[in-house]
Design a protein around this ligand. Structure first.
Ligand code: NAD
Length: 531
């Protein structure tokens, strides 16, 4: 996810069918080994090595070559990071909103000045097409930073008042303390931004654990915070494994809140630990977004929207369009239109500016996606794709062709499970009610879209679909000002927007006696009679 402008929505990819590009890098790869020679932990304003005794490699998924390797964080590193965050908390939470806002404005400026470095690092570790990193992930994160710089001065609550004749009450909105956050690998920079910014704008300090595969841009982000003058210890990064560093962070007694983005399966484990240690909990989990096309929709718009919505970030997007439900009169044309457009998408070197689709995050993830599709062959029809490319040097990378699957049953695995790859499944429906019922028929509820020119159908879909976001005639764009978060098994709590302050602040009721009398009227309920 990130900030996508709609200014070019009418343009059509200029490509020949299956025109994979050559795998010759056009730009200088991010020098990860030199940049992070001191280690992949960022604690109290400094890079440091891990102390787990176990090393982990960052592998370029486009080539399978190792770009960086580092010692994972152990529990002692998590303890040190939490201690640094706890030490920084009194000063940072005591700063005025204006002071925090100034620091965040400077932070946005540092990020903007280093935008290209962030884009290079993100594309290296994730295999994202450089145009996606440059136009989506990085500007989206800068915009988020600028948004929270403003929002830091605008924490709101109930106004003070005499809700009893004898008292004045008001509400204080206070930071929670040290936040422990855990992020996935699909949008490492944006996830770091979504976790760090509302937390620190509200006066908390944070320890963020990025996914093991993708620590690079989280480290750059924390360094940029220091460069912007945000005090040491406010933003800390522990690059460690989920099972030890992650669980230790969630269970840590000095961590007041857990904010987790990742799969629903891991989210359940995180919830168990956080609940048993009585922590504030925010969960952003998996998705399986429906894409509902009614029979009055603009077919060309729906076809373009489906291909873009399904393939963004090689389908590794929690809000990606994964299940297209198309009303019967448009079904055949939609299937052939999507298949034709998918065939024009150019797989290639992520650093080639003409590449549309990069590899998946890893060979393991590619094989996982391929296994879902291979199992579906037994009960559904692969309309296009369904294989890894073997040409133009792409065979070494974790690539998989854009894949459209039809004729699957609603209760089949390919329709119900989160695949997290460039795979769209399409099913027909007849009545409007059936389309909406099918859209709601998975455990997830993160995002959805409805495609129609009828305002009443759009109104019904936006009311009846159970998801944290419903787009009408688009799918994917998000905004710093608007909340992102799930319904159902997609979790709870909101990222971005002023709503995220509900997660990262706690509310205190302050009540003053206005009477100055020793014997208050209500005391007679405990002793004595009315005065
Ligand atoms: P994942 O759940 O495997 O891992 C996420 C993070 O959790 C990683 O940092 C990992 O190291 C850590 N982790 C793993 N086991 C842990 C444990 N036992 N205790 C604590 N931490 C642990 O997810 P992933 O494969 O990295 O990312 C893909 C998933 O993330 C998808 O399900 C996707 O839908 C979801 N996602 C959701 C959103 C959202 O906003 N709802 C956004 C992006 C990604």
């Amino acid at each position: 996810m990130g900030h996508i402008s709609n200014s070019e929505t009418n343009s059509t990819p200029q490509a020949t069918p299956q025109a994979d590009t050559q795998a010759a890098p056009l730009s200088t790869p991010f020098p990860a080994r030199d940049r992070f020679a001191d280690g992949a932990q960022y604690i109290a304003g400094r890079l440091a090595p891990g102390s787990s005794g176990r090393r982990h490699a960052v592998v370029d998924p486009a080539t399978g070559t190792e770009a960086y390797d580092y010692e994972l964080a152990g529990t002692a590193d998590v303890d040190a990071a939490v201690a640094a965050a706890a030490e920084a908390f009194p000063g940072w939470s005591g700063a005025t909103p204006g002071e925090r806002s100034d620091a965040l404005h400077r932070f946005a400026g540092v990020l903007a000045a280093r935008a290209e470095e962030f884009a290079q690092a993100e594309s290296l570790q994730c295999g994202k097409p450089i145009k996606l990193s440059r136009e989506f992930d990085v500007p989206g994160s800068i915009d988020n930073t600028a948004f929270f710089a403003g929002a830091a001065r605008h924490l709101q609550g109930q106004s003070a008042g005499e809700y009893s004749a004898d008292h004045t009450s008001y509400v204080r909105r206070e930071p929670i303390g040290v936040v422990g956050s855990i992020a996935p690998w699909n949008y490492p920079l944006q996830m770091a931004a979504w976790k760090v910014l509302p937390a620190i704008a509200a006066g908390n300090t944070i320890v963020l654990k990025p996914a093991e595969l993708t620590p690079l841009t989280s480290l750059l982000f924390a360094e940029a915070a220091t460069e912007a003058g945000i005090p040491d210890g406010v933003v800390n990064i522990v690059s460690g494994a989920g099972r030890d560093a992650g669980e230790h962070l969630v269970g840590h007694p000095d961590v007041a809140m857990t904010s987790f983005t990742g799969s629903t399966a891991v989210g359940k484990r995180v919830a168990e630990i956080a609940t048993s240690t009585v922590k504030r909990l925010h969960l952003e989990l998996g998705g399986k977004a429906p894409f509902v096309v009614f029979d009055d929709a603009d077919l060309e718009a729906a076809v373009h929207g489906a291909v873009a919505g399904a393939l963004i970030n090689t389908g590794q997007d929690c809000t990606a369009a994964t299940r297209a439900y198309v009303q019967r009169p448009l079904y055949d044309a939609f299937v052939s239109g999507v298949a034709d457009l998918m065939a024009t998408v150019r797989l290639g070197d992520p650093f080639d500016e003409s590449t549309d689709l990069g590899p998946l995050i890893s060979h393991a993830q590619r094989d996982r996606v391929a296994a879902f599709v291979d199992r579906a062959r037994g009960y559904a029809r692969i309309v296009t794709g369904g294989e890894a490319p073997k040409n133009n040097g792409l065979a070494e990378g974790a690539y998989y062709r854009p894949t459209l699957i039809a004729d699957a049953a609603q209760d089949s695995e390919i329709v119900q499970a989160e695949i997290f790859g460039p795979v769209l499944v399409v099913l027909p429906f007849d009545s409007d009610d059936e389309g909406i019922r099918l859209a709601n028929d998975t455990p997830y509820g993160l995002a959805a879209s409805a495609w129609t020119r009828d305002v009443f159908r759009a109104g019904l879909a936006t009311r009846a679909i159970k998801a944290g976001c419903v787009w009408v005639n688009d799918h994917i764009p998000i905004l710093s000002e608007m909340p992102h978060g799930g319904y159902k098994a997609s979790g709870f709590g909101k990222d971005m927007s002023a709503y995220s302050f509900e997660e990262y602040t706690q509310i205190k009721h302050v009540m003053y006696d206005n009477t100055a009398v020793a014997r208050k009227d209500w005391h007679r309920t405990v002793f004595g009679d009315r005065a």
